[in-house]
Design a protein around this ligand. Sequence first.
Ligand SMILES: CC(C)(COP(=O)(O)OP(=O)(O)OC[C@H]1O[C@@H](n2cnc3c(N)ncnc32)[C@H](O)[C@@H]1OP(=O)(O)O)[C@@H](O)C(=O)NCCC(=O)NCCS
Length: 171
Amino acid sequence: MELEIINAKMNPLSDEDIRDIVEIECHPLVRKWLVEYTIKGFEEELREYKDFFSKLRGNDRVEVLVAKMNNRVVGFLALWCVDNCDEQAMSIGISVHPDYWGKNIASTLVRESIKLAKNRGVKKLIIETLEENGAMRRVAEKLGFKLETVRRGIIFKDGVCHNEVAYTLRI
Ligand SMILES: CC(C)(COP(=O)(O)OP(=O)(O)OC[C@H]1O[C@@H](n2cnc3c(N)ncnc32)[C@H](O)[C@@H]1OP(=O)(O)O)[C@@H](O)C(=O)NCCC(=O)NCCS
């Protein structure tokens, strides 16, 4: 199966692609690791994603890369501009469908996002995740990100306070 990485600004996504993305975001094994999400029904979530993607081209604050296998979206990455930062920085959010974990998809997406960020003149990339998210941390470390901060007890999730780690990469 060949992995294809698509820039969603250059190649608008189909409704089916967006549905695949929402299925990934709503998957319980993915939700377990997400810090920011609201609990909505699938169809409401889908409407919001369709709206977001319909305006993507005109949105300078975000870039989206999509990973496809056999014409199915199996993962995606968003690069968000960071506010209140004196140098140009972007933050990475990423999810891969659990059926495809461990196949290097996140690593490929992050590698491509580094190239994209460089082309935008970005100087720093940031990955923030739960301290116990071993897979995300491994991806960050594999690609040369350095652990910058551990924010103790800052994330309240599923009734428990968690530490958050922040990794950065100077590019
Ligand atoms: C984190 C995530 C994006 C990784 O995607 P992926 O496509 O499986 O990542 P890759 O295959 O490129 O790399 C995963 C690496 O982590 C390792 N890994 C997996 N689980 C691990 C764990 N519990 N502890 C340490 N390392 C782990 C894998 O062995 C692999 O390393 P390797 O290439 O040296 O063998 C995916 O697990 C996911 O979508 N998780 C839910 C959402 C999420 O956590 N997003 C990040 C929030 S910022």
